[in-house]
Design a protein around this ligand. Structure first.
Ligand SMILES: Nc1ncnc2c1ncn2[C@@H]1O[C@H](COP(=O)(O)OP(=O)(O)OP(=O)(O)O)[C@@H](O)[C@H]1O
Ligand SMILES: [Mg+2]
Length: 685
């Protein structure tokens, strides 16, 4: 994920988290505040109900008291207290009292509990009403909630009882009351969004018609069943929210308050409902505002991340691109520096670094060039000195021979001139070989099968693997048949493989196993040549690719330098791993395609190369193995001729020295116990 995307994501998460937390917090506290206010209002409404109820009760009690204190009532009480009193005389009195005192319910009950007169239910005259006579003196008692049986049903009333003594310890009981119904509810002052309902609990089960609102029967009374049944089961205050429709704003929370009668029996339930609309709308508004703030923040985040990206990411990307270019060898890479902040300082530091690198590289190349020329001069001087020394002796001999007789002088002269001619021929040969080797061909790329070339190189040494009287060398081949053809010079690769196999043979004088492996690897092909020979020390490894480095008596020390040169010309890499005393493994990685090369037809090139006459120097320069010591000496000379001083060839000639120097300077050598490895990054100059 890019830095820009990460930045945007972090911003997004931070903003969304903050907005969500704020929105949740606001919504939570709003809900809590709303609930608190709702509870307060409900309590206030219940208190108002109780107050109203008490007030109405006091009124009723007062009215009953007035009736009880009336002279007529006293006379009736006294009359009824007499033995054999005629109760039927007073059957209609309750109706009159009811009309006179504005009470809907009035009953006169005799001292023995018999109803003498009933305003609301005259047919009950003569019935017994024991509960009222259970209390002898009702004076000062409060009004209470009472169940009233009527001819057409049952209702609730606020009732009060008073007694009038008629003498002989016989009392007349006056029960008066007023209906508790929707009119009573209408007298309550309801805050907006609240309403009160009354349920008359006069049946054992929930009865829909028993629920009354201010305007008469309530809508959807069935929905109240669970709440009422809950209170019926346990006469405690209860709360329940009813969702009238799918819209949450239609919900109402109902607080149910049980209304007990005189003996704490549940006679009614007061339901105080408060609409949740306000809360829901408020919550919705909070969510909408939060969403709008979130969206705005996302937009701002996007703009900010784009700005930051332009400010930070782009320079960083340019820096990364610059670093990549430096890695590919363009050491003069520069990046645009904007501003003087940390990013600008980074860019300046990068430019300083590449400038220094370029300078260092130039210095390095010059140093290497001087070193290479010195080495060439040394080698050339050494080679030239070999024939010059006998020539000098010969000339001195000739000078001394002047004093001899003519015949003897002639003999010496002839011998000396022959020697001089030979040595001059040698000198000529040396110079010629240097010249020839300088013409080392650049690779002629064609599509080649690396497996075949490897097999061909190994085949040359088959006789030596199983030579009679010599320890056997076993060859193990793991050559991938799926290996693709690559762009390469078959002859140069052949020579390189020959050198590696030969080195492996030399490293296994007591026999061993030569392992060859090829396989494809990340669009490159890998060739491995491993032996179980004596291996190398880390010190030997660091010098391995240095020209003329050899531990062999008759080695020239140019074999691996040439291998490295070939690999480099193919834009590949070579590395070596070794376990001292256990073996060495060379790994070559070659690209499948050579950029900018026009492949020569596969068949033409090698065939031509085979048929074309080659110089000795070319043969040896490409790593041809010569077995006898004379050939080796010649070969050695031939290799030295590669350092011809012609300016046109200088870059190629400098290559082995420079890459060997690089190998020494920059080996990625790691030491793990006795195991170590060294890889050489080859590069064209
Ligand atoms: N497979 C190997 N095992 C152990 N040492 C090796 C191996 N290959 C190379 N070397 C060491 O590296 C040195 C340099 O090898 P290089 O092929 O360049 O030259 P040479 O083999 O000594 O001479 P030439 O190849 O000209 O005959 C060798 O002398 C040897 O010490
Ligand atoms: Mg060699």
């Amino acid at each position: 994920m890019s830095f820009r995307a990460k930045l945007f994501l972090i911003f997004l998460v931070t903003v969304l988290a903050s907005v969500s937390v704020v929105a949740y917090g606001v919504a939570h506290y709003t809900r809590a505040a709303f609930e608190e206010k709702d509870t307060e209002l409900t309590e206030a409404l219940v208190a108002q109900f109780n107050k109203e109820f008490e007030q109405r009760g006091d009124e009723v009690a007062q009215q009953v008291e007035n009736v009880a204190n009336g002279e007529i009532t006293l006379r009736v009480a006294m009359d009824l207290a007499r033995p054999n009193a005629d109760q039927s005389l007073y059957v209609h009195d309750a109706i009159g009292v009811s009309q006179d005192h504005g009470m809907e319910f009035v009953e006169f009950v005799n001292w023995d509990g018999t109803i003498i007169s009933s305003a609301q239910y005259p047919a009950r005259v003569g019935y017994k009403n024991d509960w009222v006579t259970a209390t002898k003196d009702w004076r000062g008692s409060h009004a209470f909630l009472k169940r009233e049986d009527l001819p057409d049903g049952v209702v609730l009333s606020v009732a009060a009882v008073r007694t009038v003594s008629g003498g002989n310890d016989k009392n007349l009981y006056i029960i008066g009351g007023r209906r508790l119904d929707q009119n009573f509810l209408a007298s309550l002052v309801l805050p907006s969004g609240m309403r009160a309902l009354l349920y008359r609990n006069l049946e054992p089960n929930f009865v829909e018609s028993a629920l009354t609102g201010v305007n008469g029967s309530a809508d959807n009374p069935e929905r109240f069943r669970p709440l009422i049944e809950q209170v019926q089961k346990s006469p405690q205050p209860a709360v329940r929210t009813i969702n009238w429709t799918a819209d949450a704003a239609s919900a109402e929370t109902f607080h149910a308050m049980p209304l007990p009668g005189r003996n704490d029996e549940l006679l009614g339930v007061l339901l105080v409902g408060s609409s949740r609309k306000e809360l829901v709308l408020l919550t919705r508004r909070i969510v909408t505002i939060a969403a709008a703030v979130g969206a705005a923040a996302i937009l701002v985040g996007l703009l900010v991340s784009l700005w930051v990206a332009a400010r930070i990411t782009r320079p960083v990307e340019e820096l990364a691109e610059g670093a990549r270019e430096v890695a590919t060898g363009r050491w003069d890479t520069r990046i645009d520096v904007r501003g003087t902040d940390e990013i600008g300082q980074l860019g300046t530091a990068f430019n300083d670094m590449t400038r220094t690198l370029a300078v260092q590289k130039e210095k390095l190349v010059q140093t290497e060039r001087v070193a290479a020329w010195r080495e060439l001069a040394r080698r050339l001087a050494h080679e030239l000195r070999n024939p010059l020394f006998p020539m000098q002796i010969t000339v001195e001999n000739m000078q001394r021979a002047k004093q001899l007789e003519a015949k003897q002088f002639l003999e010496v002269f002839n011998e000396s001139t022959a020697t001089l001619k030979t040595e001059l021929a040698n000198l000529n040969t040396i110079v010629g070989r240097f010249s020839d080797f300088s013409k080392m061909p650049t690779p002629q790329f064609s599509k080649v099968n690396v497996n075949e070339i490897l097999r061909g190189a190994v085949k040359l040494f088959e006789a030596q693997f199983n030579a009679v009287g010599k320890p056997t060398i076993t060859t193990e081949c793991f050559l991938s048949e799926a290996l693709p053809e690559i762009d390469a010079d078959a002859d140069l690769l052949h020579k390189a493989f020959q050198n590696l196999v030969l080195n492996a043979l030399d490293a296994m004088p007591a026999g061993g196993t030569l392992t060859l492996r090829t396989f494809e690897r990340e669009r490159n092909i890998r060739i491995e040549v491993a032996d179980t020979g004596k291996g190398l020390t880390p010190e030997e490894c660091s010098r391995l690719f240095t020209p003329y480095y050899t531990t062999k008596q008759q080695g020239t020390g140019l074999g691996l330098a040439i291998v490295q040169s070939v690999v480099s010309d193919h834009h590949g890499t070579i590395s070596v791993t070794s376990d001292e005393g256990r073996g060495t493994s060379f790994k070559i990685e070659l690209p499948q395609r050579q950029a900018g090369q026009r492949p020569v037809p596969a068949e033409g090139a090698p065939a031509d190369a085979k048929n074309s006459p080659k110089t000795f120097a070319e043969d040896f320069g490409r790593g041809k193995r010569l077995t006898d010591s004379a050939q080796r000496t010649d070969a050695c000379r031939a290799k030295l001729t590669c350092y011809s001083l012609t300016t046109t060839q200088t870059p190629w000639l400098l290559f082995p020295v420079l890459s060997a120097w690089l190998a020494m300077k920059r080996p990625c050598a790691t030491t793990r116990g006795a195991r170590w490895s060294c890889c050489v990054r080859t590069a064209s100059i």
